[in-house]
Ligand binder design. Structure first.
Ligand code: ADP
Length: 191
């Protein structure tokens, strides 16, 4: 099974991706996590992107694509995957299409988590206190939302037109949202 999960920053993609990946026995691959790890480990990539991430901008497609292609070559991806936070730009959609085609794969569904923006900002500010993510301050959060709407909103239309989009309400308890996602997926692709 090959899935994408999309949604504005703070909509709870990462949390849901982990649970859904586990449920289907496929790795949940988060570009945000890969980037944060690179920053923590002070790799070359990490040094190149830390400023961008701290400001809430997008990492250039060229770097992002390298990371994703490399990750998708790993052994645990053979039976499928759930991509969290990728693609985020139309360029990334194109590149993913090519990558899928090269392997004869298709996407099964694209989960779009929807959320109320003011609630998102509150949730992220709370997360900032707990996790201390450097990109979770109000200014960066607003910037990430703006960049998301500008660059990533159009992707929803692309996947809607392809008949792949599953819109799921991301507000409420984590377990409620998980249930909604699993129900929507089961209806779409069978359990
Ligand atoms: P969130 O969705 O809450 O912003 P993520 O962990 O998905 O959190 O991403 C954190 C940051 O990592 C983004 O703000 C962006 O700077 C960078 N990033 C993650 N995925 C991508 C991507 N596909 N393309 C460009 N930048 C990305």
């Amino acid at each position: 099974m090959r899935l994408l999960i999309m949604g504005p920053p703070g909509a709870g993609k990462g949390t849901q991706a982990a649970v859904i990946g586990e449920y289907y026995g496929i790795p949940a691959i988060s570009t945000g996590n890969i980037f944060r790890l690179a920053i923590t480990n002070r790799t070359d990539l990490g040094e190149r992107i830390k400023r961008i991430i701290a400001d809430g901008g997008y990492v250039p497609d060229s770097l992002t694509l390298k990371v994703v292609v490399q990750r998708l070559e790993e052994e645990d991806t053979k039976g499928g995957w759930l991509l969290d936070g990728f693609p985020r730009t139309l360029g990334q959609v194109k590149a993913l299409d090519k990558e899928l085609e090269a392997h004869g794969f298709t996407l099964d569904a694209v989960i779009s988590l929807t959320a109320d923006e003011e609630a998102i900002v509150r949730r992220m500010l709370k997360r900032a206190e707990i996790e201390g993510r450097p990109d979770d301050n109000e200014e960066t959060i607003r910037n990430r939302l703006e960049v998301y709407h500008e660059q990533t909103d159009p992707l929803l239309e692309v996947y809607r037109e392809r008949g792949l989009l599953l819109e799921v309400d991301g507000m409420g308890e984590v377990s409620e949202v998980t249930q909604r996602v699993l129900t929507a997926l089961a209806q779409r692709i069978g359990d």
